[in-house]
Design a protein around this ligand. Structure first.
Ligand code: HSE
Length: 297
């Protein structure tokens, strides 16, 4: 007995909502196949050529599944095959896709005994393996779909947000930024005036999504705390942002911990124009890159 799942890429933070906001994308997606085994144990195989560990405790999918099986009486064994199309270290939730995909698949094979919230809790163990910290802003949208707010992770409090139709343009400059490094460089303290600006933006963004107010969404896509530090790791960042806005994007910023950059647009034609200006920047810089024009999944 087995099941195949497509696990979506996700954009964490949505600029101002560090560790609390995230959205799922239609592209790219990982493909996973999860099968019950006759014997106990977890056997993991990667068919994507990435040199990722396959020992269950060191593999993000393995760690997520182990956490789940701790709560199952007489757990069965599983064979997991992962075809990763979301590049690790891209800022597009590659580790979350593996962790979320496996727990959704295993839950299905076990007769859907766990809630989505349970699945987020298990999958966060995969994020812990990947970056040393449990955060749910990629996991929750990967499991629930759409845009999610993680109001709290201990205890988990996940809120699904509605949003008007939006096009998402992503550019992934082919350099690797490790989430753990991108977290380490952050300042541990925040000035009150920056905090006020940031929570104004988060509230504005959530209100903009719920009220279908494109202009409010655009105005709220501003990050005065994380982006000024992390953007230094991403060549071409300022130019991509400036040119994309001039091309008509509502706004955007670093996807998760980077190096991918995402921009939101109201029209598909604008999103394609944004792809064009992103391409121009990286061709000029001589840095390999990949782009996606997609929608919220
Ligand atoms: N919120 C996390 C971070 C997401 O920005 O470090 C990592 O993908």
């Amino acid at each position: 007995k087995g099941v195949k799942v497509f696990a979506p890429a996700t954009v964490a933070n949505l600029v101002c909502g560090f560790d609390v906001l995230g959205m799922a994308l239609h592209r790219p997606q990982d493909l996973m196949s999860v099968r019950l085994r006759d014997e106990p144990g977890i056997v993991i195989q990667h068919t994507d050529g990435y040199q990722l560990p396959v020992e269950p405790e060191k593999n993000v999918a393995g760690a997520a599944l182990l956490a789940m099986l701790e709560e199952v009486k007489e757990p069965p064994g599983f064979d997991i095959t992962i075809d990763k199309r979301i590049k690790p270290g891209s800022g597009l939730g590659s580790s979350a896709a593996s962790s979320a995909g496996v727990v959704v698949a295993a839950n299905h094979l076990l007769g859907n005994i766990f809630s989505n919230e349970d699945l987020v809790r298990f999958a966060m163990n995969g994020e812990k393996v990947a970056s040393g910290v449990k955060h749910a802003d990629n996991i929750a949208p990967a499991i629930y779909g759409g845009i999610t707010l993680i109001r709290s992770i201990f205890p988990l409090d996940i809120v699904q947000l509605s949003a008007p139709p939006l096009y998402v343009t992503v550019v992934h400059p082919q350099i690797e930024v490790r989430t753990s490094d991108a977290r380490q460089i952050l300042r541990k303290e925040v000035k009150l005036k920056d905090a006020i600006r940031q929570w104004g933006n988060i509230a504005g963004l959530v209100a903009g999504f719920m009220k279908n107010d494109y202009s409010l969404i655009g105005r709220s896509l501003e990050d005065v705390i994380i982006e000024p530090v992390r953007s230094m790791l991403i060549p071409g960042f300022d130019e991509v942002k400036k040119n994309s806005k001039e091309a008509g994007a509502l706004g955007g910023g670093i996807s998760g911990s980077g190096p991918s950059i995402f921009m939101l647009s109201r029209e598909e034609s604008t999103a394609q124009q944004v792809e064009y200006v992103m391409t121009e920047v990286y061709v000029k810089l001589g840095i390999d890159f990949k782009t996606y024009v997609t929608t919220i999944s």
